[in-house]
Design a protein around this ligand. Structure first.
Ligand code: IMP
Ligand code: MG
Length: 180
């Protein structure tokens, strides 16, 4: 285990097992629909690669990037930094995201994709932290990997100040990491 990690919340095995289940569910639900998997950069990259390689049918991939976080606290301002590379009119969209926290980023992205004329938009998030949800957010992800308690987590794509994304598990940082 990394020396700055206090404890592991989800092991590689737990992650792999749940990702397989989600990919199977998506393969059942999207057979013949030629979906576009829209990944929210950068936190989603590990989850994204694991899901799409196990999706059993024709599909396309795309990415967008928004910014709302500095350190461990959300600023609440969502900005589009990088948009899609293709027309999504009439297409079935599955948004892939690392974590559903306050829900502000995904609400913004969901509305944006709807406004571009998608046939359907659903959300698949690896983690869900319901205790942190903003009271103004009503959107519910259809596919959720794991519901987790209100702790700041890193690894499997998730960062603290851009570090720890490469850890193969989901861990909780030692408090002194934030204090330095
Ligand atoms: P939301 O708009 O508050 O739901 O924020 C979602 C984004 O915040 C996620 O895509 C993550 O990049 C980041 N985030 C939220 N919680 C955590 C966490 O516990 N660790 C690392 N990043 C997080
Ligand atoms: Mg992020």
């Amino acid at each position: 285990m990394h020396h700055q990690i206090d404890r592991i919340l989800l092991t590689e095995e737990q992650i792999n097992q749940r990702v397989l289940e989600l990919a199977d569910e998506l393969s059942r639900d999207y057979e013949g629909k030629n979906p576009i998997f829209v990944g929210v950069l950068k936190g989603v990259v590990l989850f994204y690669a694991d899901i799409v390689r196990r999706f059993a049918h024709h599909c396309q991939i795309d990415f967008l990037r928004v910014s709302s976080y500095e350190g461990t606290e959300s600023t609440g301002h969502v900005k589009m930094i990088h948009g899609l590379s293709q027309d999504i009119t009439g297409r079935h969209i599955v948004i892939l995201e690392d974590i559903y926290d306050t829900g502000k980023s995904l609400s913004f992205i969901y509305d944006y994709l709807q406004s571009l004329g998608a046939a359907s938009v659903e959300i698949c998030t690896f983690l869900d932290k319901p205790e942190r949800r903003d009271p103004g957010v009503t959107l519910k992800p259809k596919y959720v990997g794991y519901v987790i308690p209100n702790e700041f987590v890193v690894g499997y794509g998730l960062d603290y100040d851009e570090y720890f994304r490469n850890l193969p598990y989901i861990g909780i940082l030692k408090p002194e990491v934030y204090e330095n």
